[in-house]
Write a protein that binds this ligand. Structure first.
Ligand code: HT7
Ligand code: ZN
Length: 866
């Protein structure tokens, strides 16, 4: 396969103005007819060959201006159709192809999911439907006519507006759809099948009525209430926060059970993985409800950030994905707790993106090259990309960021553009100095920001010495310093925020005021050099610094803030993110020190101050309960391993487990109180307060059950038996399943018996067992491959069982190599069915360099194909 480079980008020689598609859907084959009006690019080569992409499509006929193209006039290979000498533009190109969606297990292009036809065209799936210039900078107006058997496929959907429908002979019928907006072919969609809809309506800010329809099999319609609520909330939020109004009269969402990713933002016909649409209190957890809200929002927000303004090429993927993730994060924050959402997003970044940025798969937010684009839908492009967008907002303020967004839409509506265009809009709208900031797009690796602090009691000054360093990463041995926004506050001895009046930033003394001229207690410093000093003046007492408030930049912070100051921040910081972060920092230090104690064969001790800090947090009735749940949760094993020179999964697991049990026995009574006082009401409610209660109760129950005492296990069992919603039922099951034994087996079987007919719930059951740390679990997971609940062709099942297993550090990285062998075997099998899913699974091997030589050898041997 050929490596494609950003620096080689060239505009296409030809554009397509209109595309008329006709699909004759059938059981043996489907015939696709396309009629395209082709125009030249103003700077394109006249009569240059026209190159069309095509994979697994059979050419039936090829016409130019109504005439068959003769044999020598074109050539055909496995991936391309080349029209050697196109006539002068404009001209008509007509292509008929034959495809077999019923045999397409890749879930790209047109395929069948439980009997229904559906499509997935991003990134390069349209070429599996017909020959086309399958690149995002070719934007055309599409009309789509679909014909199919009426009884098998009563519902026929595509992008835009339905302009005609009717019956045909032999029990067939048709529908004609017209999309008035230009779009790249990756946003094309078609769905045909037996579906019912939940219908609703949204009135836009300018008073237009938009019909909303969510399509699923009829029996699932009752589970679409929350998805519809989420969609309406997202439409309103985008109007209120970004001034973006929906632009068509119809918005369709279809839920399908077989889908490689979460969802797809096809113009006006979003297609979703069922797990991100269907929810009822009995079958979906709070986490599922929150994910549905976020992803429905995400795909809807793409209508402006991705569809109306799209990407010039796939290197610019973060232009739409980073920006849209940022928008969905903000949406979820506004709908729930901002601090809790920020904590969850940062945890995800640290667990997944930081290790990627430090490993062999490290790549910039805007990659320089790719071989297979599908492998670049990464946490770096999405989550780090969202952090980059967030940093614009932190540097420019909310108001300035909105000005930048407005200018971006004004300049680029209906265009295919680049990350540089976004940068320019932000800079120009604010006449801002964003020098060095663009490097966030091109340099990979997580910067290490080291900060030393000192207080001068006689001068009343507080000094920060900052050093930034970006470690060498794959293909990038050296780096330039970047502009890092460092949000900071200073706490006085009573825990209050000190007023910040002026700061010397190495060049001048700046007085600090907000936009309205008021005093401030948090400021954003611009760290832009490798080494830089800042001095706050008029600081009348020795402060405790609260650094990188709200995680103002995606960096690894190293500072000299002492443990007692961290405990002080845990108790007092007004920045809730940093309050949580202080506890995590102590937790990380503690567990890692226990890891080295274990490695040296020393006895393990717990830091009592840390436990007391957690006790105060747990018992602080003025704090949000969901925040408390996060604050008393220890850093994940994967995050801890990422911080080690050579990761030691067994020691990390043992040390973390030791701390869990110590906390559980020290705070036993407090946890019992938390469980007993936070039981749910009979009626499930999706609101922050109820979710927060459940979160606190569930974390507390997990701690208690870790003790594996008759009383705490009985409590978990009672909670399981009396649970009236999935959030509490699955949490109680997970609490019980921590401890191997008969009860675990019994309750797991009971759960399966109850839910065996619900595929999404059985996925939770598979994942819970796959993720388990019980020794030798690979055998159980292998046995589950033959269980009726598993199906290798369904990505959700694979992600639950195979992906879940890779999430258990001790079992996946087991020294006997059985975990690696299991994954190696699975990847070989999956690759024949669905290469995208196989390559997502293989990424679990990408951290192999982090481990000891023995594990490295095992992983290499298996990964490199034995
Ligand atoms: N933009 C969508 C990406 C996507 C995708 C990419 C590759 C293969 C399959 C896929 N399904 C969806 C989803 C999003 O991020 O909004
Ligand atoms: Zn997206």
């Amino acid at each position: 396969p050929k490596e494609i480079f950003l620096k080689d980008y060239e505009k296409p020689d030809y554009y397509f103005e209109t595309v008329h598609l006709n699909f004759a859907l059938g059981e043996e084959h489907t015939i696709v007819h396309s009629n395209i009006s082709v125009v030249s690019h103003p700077e394109g080569g006249a009569n240059a060959p026209l190159k069309l992409d095509g994979v697994d499509v059979k050419l039936r006929s090829l016409k130019v201006n109504g005439e068959d193209v003769k044999d020598g006039g074109y050539s055909l290979s496995a991936k391309q159709l080349i029209l050697h000498r196109p006539p002068s533009t404009p001209f008509k190109l007509e292509i008929t192809t034959e495809i077999e969606p019923q045999n397409n297990t890749t879930l790209e292009g047109l395929y069948k999911s439980t009997g229904n036809f559906c499509t997935q065209c991003e990134a390069e799936g349209f070429r599996r439907i017909t020959f086309y210039q399958d690149r995002p900078d070719v934007m055309a107006k599409f009309t789509t006519r679909i014909e199919a058997d009426k009884s098998l496929y009563p519902v026929l959907l595509s992008n835009g507006n339905l302009i005609e429908q009717g019956d045909l002979s032999e029990g067939r019928h048709y529908a004609l759809w017209e999309d008035p907006f230009k779009k790249p072919c990756y946003l094309f969609a078609l769905v045909a099948g037996q579906l019912a809809s939940r219908d609703d309506e949204f009135t836009t800010c300018s008073g237009r009525k938009v019909s909303l329809r969510i399509w699923t099999p009829a029996q699932d319609i009752p589970k679409t209430v929350h998805a519809m609520y989420s969609l309406k909330a997202a439409m309103k939020w985008d109007e209120e926060v970004f001034g973006r109004e929906y632009d068509l009269d119809l918005f369709n969402i279809v839920a399908v059970p077989d889908f490689n990713m979460g969802a797809m933002e096809n113009k006006s016909l979003n297609i979703f993985n069922s797990r991100l649409v269907l929810a009822s209190p009995e079958t979906a957890s709070d986490a599922d409800y929150a994910a549905i809200l976020g992803v429905i929002g995400h795909e809807y927000f793409h209508n402006w950030t991705g569809n109306r303004v799209t990407c010039r090429d796939w290197f610019q993927l973060s232009l739409k994905e980073g920006l849209t993730v940022f928008r969905d994060q903000e949406f979820s924050s506004d709908m729930g707790s901002r601090a809790v959402k920020r904590i969850a997003d940062v945890v995800r970044l640290r667990i997944s993106q930081f290790p990627q940025d430090a490993g062999p798969m490290s790549h910039p937010v805007r990659p320089h090259s790719y071989i297979k684009m599908d492998n670049f839908y990464t946490v770096t492009v999405y989550e780090k990309g969202a952090e980059v967008v967030r940093m614009y907002q932190t540097l420019l303020s909310k108001k300035g960021f909105r000005k930048g967004m407005d200018l971006y839409f004004e300049r680029h509506d209906s265009q295919a553009v680049t990350c540089d265009d976004f940068y320019a809009a932000m800079r120009d709208a604010n006449t801002a100095n964003l020098a060095n900031f663009g490097l966030w797009y091109s340099q990979s690796g997580t910067p290490i920001l080291t900060i030393y602090t000192s207080y001068d009691a006689s001068a009343h000054t507080f000094q920060l010495k900052c050093r930034q360093e970006i470690p060498p990463t794959a293909g990038q041995p050296t780096k330039e310093p970047m502009l890092i926004p460092l949000a900071i506050g200073l706490l006085g001895s009573k825990g209050q925020d000190l007023p910040l009046t002026s700061v010397y930033d190495g060049a001048s003394l700046k007085s600090l005021k907000d936009d309205c001229g008021n005093g401030v207690t948090t400021v954003v410093l611009r760290v832009e050099k490798a080494e830089q000093e800042f001095i706050f003046t008029d600081i009348l007492e020795r402060p405790v610094p609260s650094l990188l408030r709200g995680f103002s930049a995606p960096v690894r912070l190293v500072s000299d803030v002492a443990d007692e100051d961290l405990l002080f921040l845990l108790a007092h910081d007004s920045d809730e993110f940093n309050r949580w972060e202080a506890g995590q920092t102590i937790g990380r230090k503690l567990i890692l020190s226990l890891v080295s104690a274990l490695q040296q064969g020393k006895e393990l001790f717990i830091n009592k101050d840390f436990v007391n800090g957690l006790r105060s947090t747990l018992c602080n009735s003025s704090l949000d309960k969901e925040f408390i749940a996060k604050a008393i949760t220890l850093p994940a094993e994967s995050e801890l391993m990422d911080l080690m020179e050579v990761a030691d999964p067994d020691a990390v697991h043992t040390a973390r487990r030791f701390v869990v049990k110590q906390i559980a026995s020290s705070l036993r009574q407090e946890f019992l109180d938390a469980v007993n006082t936070n039981r749910s009401n009979e009626v499930y409610e999706f609101n922050h307060e109820s979710m927060a209660r459940r979160a606190l109760k569930n974390v507390s129950l997990g701690y208690l059950a870790s003790l594996n005492e008759p009383e705490t296990i009985q409590l978990a069992l009672n909670e399981y038996n009396t649970a009236t919603n999935m959030t509490e039922q699955i949490a109680a099951l997970a609490a019980i399943a921590q401890n191997p034994g008969e009860l675990r087996t019994e309750v797991l079987s009971k759960f399966y018996e109850q839910w065996q007919k619900d595929s999404l719930v059985t996925n939770k059951w598979l994942a819970l067992q796959a993720l388990s740390d019980i020794p030798g679990n690979v055998k159980n997971v292998e046995a589950l491959l033959d269980h009726p609940a598993f199906d290798m062709k369904n990505p959700n099942k694979v992600y639950s069982l195979v992906g879940g297993f890779c999430g258990s550090a001790v079992n996946f990285h087991a020294k006997d190599g059985l975990g690696y062998r299991f994954l190696g075997d699975m990847v070989l099998k999956l690759d024949k069915i669905n290469p995208q899913v196989a390559s997502r699974m293989v990424s679990a091997f990408s951290k192999w360099k982090k481990f000891d030589l023995h594990r490295q050898e095992l992983a290499k041997w298996i990964h490199m194909g034995r």
